[in-house]
Design a binder for this molecule. Structure first.
Ligand SMILES: [Zn+2]
Length: 58
């Protein structure tokens, strides 16, 4: 099996991993206000979940 001759530096490893963070795809629309929201999460725009207010909004 081929093996790397030298190990890569922490700097090189970290620079490669700087692009690894995943963007969260928005796959759900709030049924109350129509804004995009994360599935199975309270809507951050109107503070409702399953048609019920669960969070005080200003
Ligand atoms: Zn909403």
């Amino acid at each position: 099996m081929a093996n790397p001759v030298k190990r890569h530096s922490k700097s090189r490893k970290n620079k490669r991993r700087s692009h690894d963070a995943l963007a969260v795809p928005i796959t759900s629309i709030c049924s109350q206000c129509g804004e995009p929201k994360l599935p199975h999460r309270v809507c951050l725009n109107c503070g409702t979940y399953k048609g019920r207010e669960v969070m005080e909004m200003e």
